[in-house]
Design a protein around this ligand. Sequence first.
Ligand code: GDP
Length: 303
Amino acid sequence: ETYKEGMKKTRGAFSGRINDLIARYRKVDEDFFEELEEVLISADVGVTTVMDLVDELKLEVKRRNIKDSEEVKEVISEKLVEIYYGDDSGEVEKLNIQENAMTVILVVGVNGVGKTTSIGKLAHRFKQEGKKVMLAAGDTFRAGAIEQLEEWGKRADVEVIKQSAGSDPAAVIYDGIRAAKSREADVLLCDTAGRLQNKVNLMKELEKIKRVIEREVPGAPHEVLLVLDATTGQNALNQAKTFSQATDVSGIVLTKLDGTAKGGIVLAIRKDLDIPVKFVGLGEKMEDLQEFDASLFVYGLFA
Ligand code: GDP
Protein backbone atom coordinates (compact mmCIF):
# COMPACT_ATOMS: atom_id res chain seq x y z
CA GLU A 1 0.00 0.00 0.00
CA THR A 2 2.71 2.51 0.97
CA TYR A 3 4.59 1.44 -2.12
CA LYS A 4 1.60 2.30 -4.23
CA GLU A 5 1.06 5.61 -2.44
CA GLY A 6 4.66 6.67 -2.84
CA MET A 7 4.82 5.46 -6.39
CA LYS A 8 1.80 7.56 -7.27
CA LYS A 9 3.88 10.70 -7.08
CA THR A 10 6.82 9.21 -8.95
CA ARG A 11 4.33 7.96 -11.46
CA GLY A 12 2.76 11.36 -11.84
CA ALA A 13 6.12 12.81 -12.69
CA PHE A 14 7.73 10.10 -14.80
CA SER A 15 5.18 7.90 -16.43
CA GLY A 16 2.82 10.83 -16.73
CA ARG A 17 5.20 12.06 -19.38
CA ILE A 18 5.42 8.68 -21.08
CA ASN A 19 1.68 8.16 -20.96
CA ASP A 20 1.19 11.63 -22.33
CA LEU A 21 3.62 10.85 -25.11
CA ILE A 22 1.81 7.64 -25.93
CA ALA A 23 -1.54 9.43 -25.98
CA ARG A 24 -0.24 12.04 -28.38
CA TYR A 25 1.33 9.59 -30.81
CA ARG A 26 -1.04 6.93 -31.93
CA LYS A 27 1.51 5.62 -34.37
CA VAL A 28 4.98 4.53 -33.44
CA ASP A 29 7.34 6.49 -35.67
CA GLU A 30 10.77 8.17 -35.59
CA ASP A 31 9.39 11.26 -33.80
CA PHE A 32 7.85 9.06 -31.13
CA PHE A 33 11.17 7.39 -30.42
CA GLU A 34 12.96 10.71 -30.37
CA GLU A 35 10.61 12.11 -27.76
CA LEU A 36 10.78 8.91 -25.77
CA GLU A 37 14.56 9.29 -25.69
CA GLU A 38 14.20 12.79 -24.27
CA VAL A 39 11.79 11.68 -21.54
CA LEU A 40 14.03 8.80 -20.46
CA ILE A 41 17.18 10.92 -20.45
CA SER A 42 15.52 13.60 -18.34
CA ALA A 43 14.51 10.83 -15.92
CA ASP A 44 18.25 10.14 -15.40
CA VAL A 45 18.20 6.73 -17.02
CA GLY A 46 21.61 7.50 -18.51
CA VAL A 47 22.32 8.41 -22.11
CA THR A 48 24.00 5.17 -23.25
CA THR A 49 21.34 3.05 -21.58
CA VAL A 50 18.62 5.08 -23.26
CA MET A 51 20.28 4.74 -26.68
CA ASP A 52 20.58 0.98 -26.26
CA LEU A 53 17.04 0.72 -24.97
CA VAL A 54 15.56 2.67 -27.85
CA ASP A 55 17.55 0.67 -30.40
CA GLU A 56 16.24 -2.55 -28.89
CA LEU A 57 12.72 -1.16 -28.77
CA LYS A 58 12.84 -0.31 -32.45
CA LEU A 59 13.92 -3.86 -33.30
CA GLU A 60 11.29 -5.39 -31.05
CA VAL A 61 8.56 -3.17 -32.49
CA LYS A 62 9.54 -4.29 -35.98
CA ARG A 63 9.80 -7.94 -34.99
CA ARG A 64 6.39 -8.03 -33.33
CA ASN A 65 4.94 -5.75 -35.98
CA ILE A 66 3.65 -3.32 -33.36
CA LYS A 67 1.91 -0.29 -34.77
CA ASP A 68 -0.02 1.00 -31.79
CA SER A 69 1.82 3.15 -29.22
CA GLU A 70 -0.22 1.57 -26.34
CA GLU A 71 1.42 -1.78 -27.05
CA VAL A 72 4.87 -0.21 -26.91
CA LYS A 73 4.32 0.53 -23.22
CA GLU A 74 4.44 -3.17 -22.44
CA VAL A 75 7.67 -3.60 -24.40
CA ILE A 76 9.26 -0.58 -22.68
CA SER A 77 8.48 -2.10 -19.27
CA GLU A 78 9.89 -5.48 -20.27
CA LYS A 79 13.08 -3.89 -21.56
CA LEU A 80 13.59 -1.72 -18.47
CA VAL A 81 13.33 -4.75 -16.19
CA GLU A 82 15.72 -6.67 -18.46
CA ILE A 83 18.22 -3.83 -18.34
CA TYR A 84 18.06 -3.67 -14.57
CA TYR A 85 18.75 -7.34 -14.03
CA GLY A 86 21.23 -7.71 -16.89
CA ASP A 87 22.53 -11.28 -16.78
CA ASP A 88 21.20 -11.91 -13.29
CA SER A 89 18.38 -14.21 -12.39
CA GLY A 90 15.91 -11.43 -11.84
CA GLU A 91 15.42 -12.24 -8.19
CA VAL A 92 15.01 -9.53 -5.60
CA GLU A 93 18.26 -9.20 -3.68
CA LYS A 94 17.49 -9.72 -0.01
CA LEU A 95 19.50 -8.37 2.88
CA ASN A 96 22.17 -10.67 4.27
CA ILE A 97 20.51 -11.32 7.64
CA GLN A 98 22.08 -13.85 10.03
CA GLU A 99 19.54 -16.32 11.32
CA ASN A 100 21.16 -17.36 14.60
CA ALA A 101 23.68 -14.63 15.20
CA MET A 102 23.90 -10.88 15.33
CA THR A 103 23.70 -8.99 12.03
CA VAL A 104 25.84 -5.86 11.80
CA ILE A 105 24.88 -3.31 9.17
CA LEU A 106 27.06 -0.31 8.37
CA VAL A 107 25.24 2.67 6.86
CA VAL A 108 27.19 5.23 4.83
CA GLY A 109 26.33 8.30 2.78
CA VAL A 110 26.78 12.07 2.65
CA ASN A 111 24.78 14.58 4.71
CA GLY A 112 21.26 15.36 3.69
CA VAL A 113 20.58 12.26 1.62
CA GLY A 114 18.30 10.78 4.28
CA LYS A 115 20.77 8.54 6.08
CA THR A 116 19.41 9.10 9.60
CA THR A 117 15.82 8.76 8.42
CA SER A 118 16.65 5.53 6.61
CA ILE A 119 18.34 4.08 9.69
CA GLY A 120 15.21 4.93 11.68
CA LYS A 121 13.01 3.28 9.06
CA LEU A 122 15.20 0.17 8.95
CA ALA A 123 15.16 -0.07 12.75
CA HIS A 124 11.37 0.12 12.70
CA ARG A 125 11.17 -2.50 9.97
CA PHE A 126 13.39 -4.99 11.83
CA LYS A 127 11.48 -4.34 15.01
CA GLN A 128 8.21 -5.08 13.23
CA GLU A 129 9.76 -8.39 12.21
CA GLY A 130 10.21 -9.17 15.90
CA LYS A 131 13.94 -8.53 16.04
CA LYS A 132 15.86 -6.82 18.82
CA VAL A 133 17.49 -3.81 17.22
CA MET A 134 20.16 -1.39 18.43
CA LEU A 135 21.76 1.68 16.89
CA ALA A 136 25.33 2.97 17.15
CA ALA A 137 25.70 6.74 16.68
CA GLY A 138 28.89 6.66 14.60
CA ASP A 139 28.32 10.01 12.92
CA THR A 140 30.19 12.00 15.55
CA PHE A 141 31.13 14.67 13.03
CA ARG A 142 27.97 16.39 11.86
CA ALA A 143 26.42 18.75 14.40
CA GLY A 144 23.17 17.34 15.69
CA ALA A 145 23.61 13.91 14.11
CA ILE A 146 23.67 12.07 17.44
CA GLU A 147 20.55 13.83 18.74
CA GLN A 148 18.75 13.18 15.49
CA LEU A 149 19.55 9.49 15.66
CA GLU A 150 18.35 9.41 19.26
CA GLU A 151 15.10 10.98 18.12
CA TRP A 152 14.62 8.16 15.60
CA GLY A 153 15.63 5.66 18.27
CA LYS A 154 12.78 6.91 20.45
CA ARG A 155 10.33 6.81 17.58
CA ALA A 156 11.26 3.26 16.63
CA ASP A 157 11.64 2.31 20.29
CA VAL A 158 15.21 1.00 20.03
CA GLU A 159 18.28 1.72 22.13
CA VAL A 160 20.99 4.05 20.81
CA ILE A 161 24.63 3.70 21.88
CA LYS A 162 26.51 7.00 21.71
CA GLN A 163 29.45 9.02 22.90
CA SER A 164 29.95 12.76 22.82
CA ALA A 165 30.23 14.68 19.55
CA GLY A 166 33.70 14.62 18.04
CA SER A 167 34.70 11.27 19.54
CA ASP A 168 36.23 8.47 17.50
CA PRO A 169 33.50 6.79 15.40
CA ALA A 170 35.27 3.43 15.56
CA ALA A 171 35.20 3.64 19.38
CA VAL A 172 31.47 4.36 19.35
CA ILE A 173 30.84 1.39 17.10
CA TYR A 174 33.03 -0.79 19.31
CA ASP A 175 30.84 0.26 22.27
CA GLY A 176 27.77 -0.46 20.17
CA ILE A 177 28.94 -3.99 19.38
CA ARG A 178 29.78 -4.68 23.02
CA ALA A 179 26.38 -3.43 24.16
CA ALA A 180 24.55 -5.27 21.38
CA LYS A 181 26.32 -8.50 22.33
CA SER A 182 25.52 -8.19 26.01
CA ARG A 183 21.87 -7.36 25.29
CA GLU A 184 21.73 -10.17 22.72
CA ALA A 185 20.53 -7.89 19.93
CA ASP A 186 19.67 -9.39 16.55
CA VAL A 187 20.57 -6.37 14.47
CA LEU A 188 23.02 -3.54 15.07
CA LEU A 189 22.72 -0.59 12.69
CA CYS A 190 25.85 1.58 12.65
CA ASP A 191 25.67 5.20 11.51
CA THR A 192 28.82 6.80 10.08
CA ALA A 193 29.89 10.27 8.98
CA GLY A 194 29.93 10.86 5.24
CA ARG A 195 32.70 13.30 4.58
CA LEU A 196 33.33 13.21 0.87
CA GLN A 197 35.52 16.31 0.80
CA ASN A 198 38.49 14.21 1.74
CA LYS A 199 38.48 10.83 0.07
CA VAL A 200 41.58 9.56 1.88
CA ASN A 201 40.13 10.39 5.30
CA LEU A 202 36.80 8.84 4.39
CA MET A 203 38.55 5.67 3.30
CA LYS A 204 40.72 5.54 6.44
CA GLU A 205 37.76 6.12 8.73
CA LEU A 206 35.63 3.44 7.08
CA GLU A 207 38.56 1.00 7.09
CA LYS A 208 39.13 1.55 10.78
CA ILE A 209 35.44 1.02 11.54
CA LYS A 210 35.37 -2.13 9.42
CA ARG A 211 38.47 -3.49 11.17
CA VAL A 212 36.80 -3.05 14.55
CA ILE A 213 33.60 -4.72 13.36
CA GLU A 214 35.47 -7.61 11.70
CA ARG A 215 37.52 -8.23 14.82
CA GLU A 216 34.52 -8.21 17.16
CA VAL A 217 32.05 -10.05 14.95
CA PRO A 218 33.63 -12.52 12.50
CA GLY A 219 32.00 -12.28 9.07
CA ALA A 220 30.63 -8.79 9.77
CA PRO A 221 29.71 -6.23 8.55
CA HIS A 222 27.03 -8.27 6.83
CA GLU A 223 25.86 -5.31 4.79
CA VAL A 224 27.33 -1.95 3.90
CA LEU A 225 24.38 0.13 2.78
CA LEU A 226 24.97 3.35 0.88
CA VAL A 227 22.18 5.91 1.14
CA LEU A 228 21.63 8.02 -1.98
CA ASP A 229 19.13 10.76 -2.75
CA ALA A 230 17.26 9.95 -5.98
CA THR A 231 16.56 13.60 -6.67
CA THR A 232 20.26 14.43 -7.08
CA GLY A 233 20.75 12.49 -10.30
CA GLN A 234 24.33 12.49 -11.49
CA ASN A 235 25.56 13.52 -8.03
CA ALA A 236 24.12 10.34 -6.58
CA LEU A 237 25.96 8.33 -9.18
CA ASN A 238 29.23 10.12 -8.38
CA GLN A 239 28.74 9.51 -4.65
CA ALA A 240 28.19 5.84 -5.37
CA LYS A 241 31.45 5.74 -7.28
CA THR A 242 33.43 7.42 -4.51
CA PHE A 243 31.98 5.27 -1.72
CA SER A 244 32.46 2.05 -3.63
CA GLN A 245 36.13 2.98 -4.04
CA ALA A 246 36.39 3.64 -0.30
CA THR A 247 34.65 0.47 0.86
CA ASP A 248 32.71 -2.60 -0.34
CA VAL A 249 29.20 -1.28 -0.73
CA SER A 250 26.77 -4.21 -0.75
CA GLY A 251 23.54 -2.38 -1.42
CA ILE A 252 21.85 0.95 -1.92
CA VAL A 253 19.03 2.67 -0.12
CA LEU A 254 17.60 5.12 -2.63
CA THR A 255 15.65 7.85 -0.84
CA LYS A 256 13.12 10.47 -1.91
CA LEU A 257 11.80 8.45 -4.82
CA ASP A 258 8.39 9.85 -3.97
CA GLY A 259 7.70 12.88 -6.05
CA THR A 260 10.68 12.77 -8.39
CA ALA A 261 10.74 12.18 -12.11
CA LYS A 262 14.30 10.98 -11.70
CA GLY A 263 13.65 7.33 -10.87
CA GLY A 264 15.79 6.30 -13.82
CA ILE A 265 18.86 6.69 -11.63
CA VAL A 266 18.04 3.19 -10.35
CA LEU A 267 19.03 1.79 -13.74
CA ALA A 268 22.11 3.96 -14.08
CA ILE A 269 23.47 2.84 -10.69
CA ARG A 270 22.87 -0.80 -11.48
CA LYS A 271 24.37 -0.56 -14.97
CA ASP A 272 27.43 1.50 -14.11
CA LEU A 273 28.35 0.11 -10.69
CA ASP A 274 26.58 -3.22 -10.44
CA ILE A 275 25.38 -2.47 -6.91
CA PRO A 276 21.81 -3.60 -6.24
CA VAL A 277 19.25 -1.18 -4.90
CA LYS A 278 17.90 -2.96 -1.81
CA PHE A 279 15.48 -0.39 -0.43
CA VAL A 280 13.69 2.69 -1.63
CA GLY A 281 12.51 5.60 0.50
CA LEU A 282 9.05 6.79 -0.45
CA GLY A 283 8.37 9.48 2.14
CA GLU A 284 9.41 10.98 5.45
CA LYS A 285 7.51 8.67 7.77
CA MET A 286 8.84 5.61 9.56
CA GLU A 287 6.83 3.23 7.37
CA ASP A 288 7.94 4.80 4.09
CA LEU A 289 10.65 2.31 3.23
CA GLN A 290 10.14 -0.57 0.82
CA GLU A 291 12.23 -3.43 -0.44
CA PHE A 292 13.20 -2.69 -4.00
CA ASP A 293 11.74 -4.95 -6.65
CA ALA A 294 12.65 -3.91 -10.20
CA SER A 295 9.56 -5.46 -11.78
CA LEU A 296 7.20 -3.86 -9.28
CA PHE A 297 9.07 -0.61 -9.71
CA VAL A 298 8.95 -0.51 -13.49
CA TYR A 299 5.39 -1.80 -13.82
CA GLY A 300 4.36 0.56 -11.03
CA LEU A 301 5.60 3.45 -13.13
CA PHE A 302 3.14 2.65 -15.88
CA ALA A 303 0.22 1.45 -13.81
P1 GDP B 1 20.96 12.77 6.66
O1 GDP B 1 21.62 14.10 6.80
O2 GDP B 1 21.50 12.00 5.51
O3 GDP B 1 20.92 11.98 7.91
O4 GDP B 1 19.45 13.09 6.21
P2 GDP B 1 18.10 13.08 7.05
O5 GDP B 1 17.76 11.70 7.45
O6 GDP B 1 18.16 14.11 8.10
O7 GDP B 1 17.07 13.52 5.90
C1 GDP B 1 17.14 14.75 5.25
C2 GDP B 1 15.73 15.19 4.83
O8 GDP B 1 15.23 14.30 3.85
C3 GDP B 1 14.72 15.16 5.97
O9 GDP B 1 13.89 16.28 5.86
C4 GDP B 1 13.94 13.86 5.74
O10 GDP B 1 12.62 13.94 6.23
C5 GDP B 1 13.95 13.80 4.23
N1 GDP B 1 13.81 12.41 3.72
C6 GDP B 1 14.55 11.31 4.01
N2 GDP B 1 14.13 10.24 3.30
C7 GDP B 1 13.09 10.66 2.53
C8 GDP B 1 12.23 10.02 1.54
O11 GDP B 1 12.33 8.83 1.21
N3 GDP B 1 11.29 10.81 0.96
C9 GDP B 1 11.13 12.14 1.28
N4 GDP B 1 10.18 12.83 0.65
N5 GDP B 1 11.94 12.75 2.17
C10 GDP B 1 12.89 12.03 2.79
